[in-house]
Write a protein that binds this ligand. Structure first.
Ligand code: ZN
Ligand code: ZN
Ligand code: ZN
Ligand code: ZN
Ligand code: ZN
Ligand code: ZN
Ligand code: ZN
Ligand code: ZN
Length: 473
């Protein structure tokens, strides 16, 4: 009878569950028998045949079919047969056993025991997920696709641009034609920032620039798909040139064209992936959307890829668990890197240096090393991340070079749509004399400066504090 148990699938018959009698069906859909089923009031030290988790671990009731030697949690009776999750391009089906092989769960990365129920790819990929991991509330959209025909266009992307000729495109986000530059910029790269990711265009970057205005896009960002499935969100996402909603600073300050990424928690402008589900508010910046899973990050060993997991822990760079909502995890050493730190650009530029600056992830041997930050003139800890120019031998703190609000656009104008319409101008803080902040009275040292009703502010929080008459915290 054990043989039958492994080849059978559970038929969802809730009416029988209450009567303590489950129905079994063979792989070809025929009902084999309605065997007697018993509800166990006691906890058992055995794994659930549907999810592999111990039957004593859950608060669930346990159902057993004695002739089939099959025991499951009550919640596992209702496990869906066919699902689709954003972590895999194909549909997944529930199977009670897999053909032999090593599988690590696509969600928690732990080993999947092929003898218990799990989800595997319907198209035959070497891919498996624990049934409990696949049906997590934040992983699965709660839609059982059994009997739902697969849409043929499901995986097709709408092209992000039309090719005009070899080097010219018309991007969906912009009205003018754009030209490809293959070998980065020559000289005047300081003022160029990609309008999708707000990262600077640095030498050797390939990018498209508008033939009529200042609009620029990294080549890779211009190719971003207009529809995307992202592992950290359970619904499909669409790419928009700017967010469809206002960003609201408490209590009532609405700004256009700005949003907070739900994964790294950073405020930014530029392209945004928004959720297509009408009951769901989810905005994702293109920097987070472009992180590979797994990712080999230069700050960590090459043979230790970092995974986009649903786990959290102290970030190896910023030592905090609050800088981002999500983290990458090295499952080999159980260390974490928050998404904010993951996105710190490896190459950037500094207005007083003609060479690009590279990110250094801390010196191995920091003895006898003394580094000083060019901007704030205080010490740089050589064991931490910092920017350096090899040619000029200078070092800079990452936060001082990039600024607190590094993903806001310079010269970007946002308007307040409340009772009074106000204009805010965000500009690069690069004039010869730096203004004093109208709120905290300190000199504005960040990369950006905010101007509102003729007054200057060093940060958005200072500006907002003045507007709301609140003391700075
Ligand atoms: Zn179970
Ligand atoms: Zn798992
Ligand atoms: Zn597949
Ligand atoms: Zn243009
Ligand atoms: Zn983000
Ligand atoms: Zn959503
Ligand atoms: Zn961090
Ligand atoms: Zn590691």
């Amino acid at each position: 009878m054990l043989f039958i148990a492994k080849d059978t699938v559970l038929v969802r018959r809730p009416e029988y569950v209450n009567g303590l009698s489950l129905m079994w069906a063979g792989p070809f859909g025929g009902v084999l028998s309605p065997p007697p089923t018993t509800l166990f009031p006691k906890k058992l030290f055995l794994p659930c045949d549907a999810c592999g988790i111990s039957l004593e671990d859950c608060m669930d009731h346990v159902y057993a079919c004695h002739p089939c030697n099959y025991m499951v949690h009550e919640t596992c009776i209702y496990i869906p047969r066919i699902i689709r999750i954003t972590r895999h391009p194909h549909r997944l089906s529930f199977t009670s056993s897999l053909s032999p092989g090593d599988f690590s769960c696509g969600v928690c990365r732990k080993t999947v025991d092929i003898n218990y129920g799990q989800y595997s790819c319907t198209k035959g990929c070497h891919y498996a997920i624990h049934s409990k991991c696949a049906t997590r509330e934040d992983v699965w959209d709660s839609i059982d696709l059994e009997g739902v025909p697969e849409e043929p266009i499901e995986d097709e992307d709408i092209e992000p641009f039309v090719k005009i000729d070899e080097n010219t495109i018309r991007h969906f986000s912009h009205d003018h034609h754009m030209k490809l530059h293959n070998n980065g910029t020559n000289g005047d790269h300081e003022s160029m920032f990609c309008d999708a990711c707000i990262f600077p265009i640095v030498p050797l970057d390939c990018f498209f620039s508008c033939m009529q205005c200042e609009f620029v896009l990294h080549e890779a960002r211009a190719c971003l798909p207009r529809k995307k499935y992202h592992p950290l969100h359970k619904h499909p996402l669409v790419l928009l040139p700017s967010p469809s909603e206002f960003y609201v600073f408490p209590p009532d300050f609405c700004v256009e064209g700005m949003f907070k990424c739900k994964e790294c928690d950073q405020l930014g402008c530029g392209f945004v992936y928004e959720c297509t589900d009408e009951d769901c508010v989810f905005e994702l910046d293109v920097r987070c959307a472009s992180i590979n899973d797994p990712l080999v990050h230069e700050c960590h060993r090459r043979d230790h890829p970092l995974f986009i997991n649903m786990t959290k822990g102290e970030c190896m760079r910023c030592k905090s668990i609050y800088n981002s909502s999500f983290f990458l995890e090295c499952v080999k050493c159980n260390t974490f890197l928050c998404l904010t730190c993951t996105n710190v650009p490896c190459v950037t530029h500094y207005k007083h240096d003609s060479h690009p600056l590279t990110l250094c992830f801390g010196e191995e041997d920091a003895r006898n090393l003394e580094y000083w930050c060019e901007i704030c003139e205080s010490k740089v800890d050589p064991k931490m991340w910092f920017y350096t120019c090899e040619s000029c031998m200078i070092t800079l703190h990452v936060t001082f070079l990039l600024g607190e609000t590094m993903y806001l656009k310079s010269l970007h104008t946002v308007e307040n749509y409340n009772d009074v319409e106000e204009e805010i101008v965000i500009s690069r803080n690069c004039g010869s004399s730096r203004p004093d902040c109208n709120h905290c009275a300190r000199r504005c040292v960040d990369a950006l400066v905010f101007k509102c009703s003729g007054r200057y502010f060093c940060t958005l929080s200072c500006m907002n504090a003045t507007r709301t008459g609140k003391a700075e915290d």
